[in-house]
Design a protein around this ligand. Sequence first.
Ligand SMILES: *Cc1c(COP(=O)(O)O)cnc(C)c1O
Length: 454
Amino acid sequence: MSEQQTKFILPESEIPTSWVNILPDLPGPPLPPLSPATGQPAGPDDLSAIFPMELIGQEMSGDRDIEIPEEVREAYKLWRPTPLIRARRLEKALDTPAHIYFKYEGTSPAGSHKPNSAVPQAYYNREAGIGKLITETGAGQWGSALSMACQMFGIECEVFMVGISYDQKPYRRAMIETWGGTVHRSPSDLTEAGRSQAEHPSGSLGIAISEAVEVAASSENANYALGSVLNHVCLHQTVIGQEAIAAMDMAGEYPDVVVGCVGGGSNFAGLIYPFIRENLENGRQTRFLGAEPTACPTLTKGVYAYDFGDTVGMTPLMPMYTLGHDFVPPPVHSGGLRYHGDAPSLCAFVKAGMVEATAIPQTAAFNAAIQFARAEGIIPGPEPAHAIRAGIEEALDAKQAGEERVILIGVSGHGHLDLAAYGAFLAGELDDLELSQDELDAAIERLPEAPAIA
Ligand SMILES: *Cc1c(COP(=O)(O)O)cnc(C)c1O
């Protein structure tokens, strides 16, 4: 029976009814964000100009579980539960005794895990009487997810899109507009931040964040939304891990190791936090492995320190592994993984040795993606390709050790809008962009002054 089964799909009735709040399970008390102006712990008042109270509450909550509103669960039904798939063909191709499973978030309308948080963020803002959400987007994954979510709850969506992506990646822009959102090429002339950066016409995520925050902070009826890093975003993503536990149970298995890709950390956090709670509560011994690009090696080469969330230095200081807020990673194709920091909650687990990290060169990631596509059919996004590569290495290691290791990989999205990168790789035009220690040291030297973290 289950020996033959490939897809494990839960019924809609098993969409989780609450999110797993990992804050009470952190190793040590959570370190507060610090106000950029005063260096003192940032409180709700520092955030209320741009976030609704309900999300600020989730950002700091001590409750172990937080109920998912009925309207959010209704919207989740459009694509959740997402499938858990046993990668039997990949196992065969690798000739490994390991059992490989992957949880696939590419079946959402936007093609990634990002709507898991975009939907509740739009919901809570509408409940608070907000009429418009403003955000930034790099390659367009977050902007498109938020545009869809805003449409569902009848509010407007305005997206500042990094100029070079706006020019080179028109399809995500068309998705944002199809769902009713407005897209501005950043830097724009709509904001002071944008006008001051006119000499950098290709833009950057840092400039786009500054523009979005400026508009949101100065408007009564509009708020800001962020697609990763913050506690409430990681919280919303825990639907992934909760479903994975239930679906693995259907398969009669439990993972020995869970692997995911890390950009800001939200999809990996959402996958592993419910498993971390199982480790703590039920004495499980599951390992957790985050995969990041060698071109932006935050967890493997960064320092653990207080740093700004954005390039310009407007956001609160957050305790995290960071490469320095003004570090500009080389232009690798996994746009979603090019962030200088990572979710503070995830960093706390890495610091405590409860979560491992590995860095993967982009050609190794694309090789794995192609092996995966040829075995399993699905063409993964360049971001989850890093997780797939790390998962394959686990499977080969299990073969060496002669172990039936059970491996669960988070595949956070499909790669249908990244085919130009596949084309370049297949034509032999992609290189590994390595960083020198000097470049890393220089960026880390520009960290802001803040208390050291033990
Ligand atoms: C945005 C994105 C990521 C990286 O963001 P995280 O917050 O680390 O999850 C990874 N995969 C896909 C498909 C994305 O769109």
